[in-house]
Write a protein that binds this ligand. Structure first.
Ligand SMILES: Cc1cc2nc3c(=O)[nH]c(=O)nc-3n(C[C@H](O)[C@H](O)[C@H](O)COP(=O)(O)OP(=O)(O)OC[C@H]3O[C@@H](n4cnc5c(N)ncnc54)[C@H](O)[C@@H]3O)c2cc1C
Length: 309
């Protein structure tokens, strides 16, 4: 195991302008729980990212890319190594496709889905509406194949730009990308640096109406006044995790500060003072109860990293 101070000292050797050492990840995740990362680095450019990653590989320092932390729980013991946030990589470009009203929108990994939806509204481009209200970044959203209302990122992706394990940046086109439910199967060690979405010319009033309708549905159905990481479990075939948890009588079931939402049973909310251990214990309890009652082992959708205390 690498001690925090060891990583800190070794990281000082490279020129990453923005690094937070011994940083509490509760401040960088939507659930608001979790321990400290030895370092949380924010490269400003692709070049800085490449230098950072090749340095970390050379030194054998563990690392992991993170986006907006809206699908992420860091255990209370923290993360030994460097979490690499791509939030400062925020370039956004549009290219019109000749002969059609379609557009290719290239977004760097740190662009938020909210920013993409805004752009699609401004430019009257349709296809992104289902992403309204998903609080993730392009990097995290593509990695998770985020989806809602019957659509997924895979439906609008044209290509994904990755930094591979050999330090090369290149594009992978849609036909070579293995998307599945809430997952993009990436080559080992690959980091998404950006993605290109193909959107069609649409009617701006219709796009706006669909976005408003989706935002209104989210407000009614999701517990947005509490901190959460969105849906905790993937839906098993032929059912929804939320329905199964509700039918098991687990709404408002609580461990420490973590509670199964009364509004939507597939959300765990932080009622204040929750720890990552509370959230994980609640996840384990739900899985056991549903396995016992229904014979179905729910698979978590959110990602859990780091060490226990
Ligand atoms: C209120 C709320 C509502 C939500 N609604 C939805 C919804 O409707 N549909 C849905 O699918 N999700 C939903 N989510 C979950 C979450 O927003 C999505 O999964 C989102 O895509 C995660 O993006 P992120 O940038 O926050 O990723 P993070 O949480 O930071 O990371 C998620 C995973 O992606 C990896 N990752 C991040 N960036 C990169 C990168 N650049 N390259 C490679 N891997 C990377 C991380 O290592 C981690 O494994 C919701 C969450 C909340 C809090």
């Amino acid at each position: 195991m690498i001690a925090g101070s060891q990583v800190t000292g070794r990281l000082g050797a490279i020129a990453v302008r923005n690094v937070l050492f011994d940083e509490p990840m509760s401040a960088h995740t939507s659930m608001g729980v979790g321990g400290r990362a030895d370092a949380l680095a924010f490269p400003d450019t692709d070049e800085e990212l490449c230098h950072l990653i090749s340095f970390l590989r050379r030194e054998g320092i563990p690392f992991l890319p993170v986006g907006n932390g809206t699908n992420l729980i860091v255990r209370d013991g923290g993360y030994r190594g460097v979490l690499v946030s791509l939030e400062r990589l925020r370039k956004l470009e549009i290219a019109r496709v000749e002969g059609s009203g379609d557009a290719l929108v290239h977004a760097q990994a740190g662009v938020s889905f909210a920013g993409l939806v805004d752009l699609s509204l401004r430019e009257s481009l349709t296809g992104m509406e289902f992403c309204a209200g998903i609080p993730g970044s392009v990097g995290g959203g593509v990695r998770m194949n985020a989806g809602a209302w019957g659509q997924e990122v895979k439906d609008i992706i044209s290509s994904v730009t990755i930094l591979d394990a050999l330090g090369r940046i290149g594009d992978m086109v849609r036909k070579d990308l293995l998307f599945e439910y809430r997952n993009l199967d990436l080559p080992a060690g690959a980091i998404i640096t950006g993605a290109t979405f193909r959107l069609a010319k649409g009617d701006s009033a219709a796009i706006r109406e669909r976005v408003s309708e989706i935002m209104a549905k989210r407000k009614t159905r999701h517990p947005l006044s509490f901190r959460s990481a969105g849906s905790v479990f993937k839906n098993p075939p032929g059912n929804t995790a939320g329905k199964m948890i509700e039918e098991a009588g687990l709404k408002r079931f609580r461990i420490g500060g973590a509670e199964i939402s009364e509004k939507h049973a597939n959300f765990i909310v932080n009622r204040g003072g929750a720890t990552a251990a509370d959230v994980i214990a609640l996840i384990d309890t739900v899985r056991e109860r549903i396995l016992g009652a229904r014979g179905v082992l729910l698979e978590p959708e959110l990602k859990i990293i780091g060490d226990e205390i």
